[in-house]
Design a protein around this ligand. Sequence first.
Ligand SMILES: Cc1cc2nc3c(=O)[nH]c(=O)nc-3n(C[C@H](O)[C@H](O)[C@H](O)COP(=O)(O)OP(=O)(O)OC[C@H]3O[C@@H](n4cnc5c(N)ncnc54)[C@H](O)[C@@H]3O)c2cc1C
Length: 348
Amino acid sequence: MRFQPLKVTDIRPTTRDAVVVTLDAPFDWVQGQYLTFRRSFDGTEIRRSYSICAAPGEPCQVAIKRVEGGAFSTWANESLAPGDTLDVMPPMGRFHTPLAPDAATRYLLITAGSGITPILSIARTVLAAEPKAQVTVLYANRAVNSIMFQTELDDLKSQHLTRLQIVHVLKQDAQQIPLFTGRLDADKLDALFAQWIDPDTIDRAFICGPEGLMETARARLEAHGVNPAEIHVELFGSTQPGRLPQSARSDAPQPPTRATIRLDGVPHEITMERDQSLLDAARANALDAPFACKAGVCSTCMCRVVEGEVEMIQNHALDDDEVSRGYVLSCQSYPLTDSVVVDYDTGH
Ligand SMILES: Cc1cc2nc3c(=O)[nH]c(=O)nc-3n(C[C@H](O)[C@H](O)[C@H](O)COP(=O)(O)OP(=O)(O)OC[C@H]3O[C@@H](n4cnc5c(N)ncnc54)[C@H](O)[C@@H]3O)c2cc1C
């Protein structure tokens, strides 16, 4: 769970505003997982997550798209060079399902922009490991020149001509088939499901991209009869960063909570305020609890509540089953009881 310095062995552009970074990584990963990087800018440490675009066993690569005014992505696009080292946490994330070599699963992978990174890893992996799988990638971009990994997608298509279908939906550029031009919104998805992709043939879907696309695509898939348990999502950014008011919080001053925090096999007893998140309390007590986005978007800080109750005010990362088993995002979770016991060791 700790950061380690990894050497950048290669860095090259994939579009005008995105680079692919190859790392000399000592670990393996599961398709769809992400890495978290740490770097200080003018004395302020920031952590950013980037999905691995390679399949397990290939050289470890991430792709970083420049965000206008963004600290890490601009630095990576402008200044990062081969030979540099990056502080990296081991791979994390649960945007994947177990591989089943005998299954004939039909996958629909929906994405936009830089959301292609985990989708490419998933497509490469399932096509190689599940010889009967069929994969459709639905990839939205502004224009042809903003398509990341165009060459890699074309290569994958020529390797798996009969099992891979790639549909590019471009907002600006006209295409031969008018259905493929425009915004990938609810109407476009419905039109694609009516004319191009039969929703009855979708066994499993993965969606990665901005929140709007993710929610719309999930809703349209469910409306077209895809089993909600087979719709998997990964969110790259939250449109609601920061804290929401705690519904269960009373106005009367609450006594501090006694918290036991298990980390690396060791229980630590601390006292924390009710308006402190579990993560902030752990770190204020010099415990090296893992975290990255601090906005409830990634799952780096997840832990399990073993005793007591907490309120999680934002969750874009854990599914209902995980929440019902007591998992929470510690950056978004506040104690409701006089004592709580949480365990980071069963979180990953
Ligand atoms: C699980 C996961 C996987 C991801 N995978 C990828 C990936 O594979 N590829 C990829 O490119 N991205 C990925 N992301 C997104 C990535 O982590 C970063 O969020 C993204 O690169 C932006 O980071 P940044 O430091 O460049 O921008 P930031 O500095 O965080 O800025 C983001 C935006 O906020 C604005 N902003 C910053 N500070 C302020 C301020 N004080 N006031 C107002 N506005 C401000 C900036 O102008 C910019 O528009 C992923 C995210 C997650 C959670």
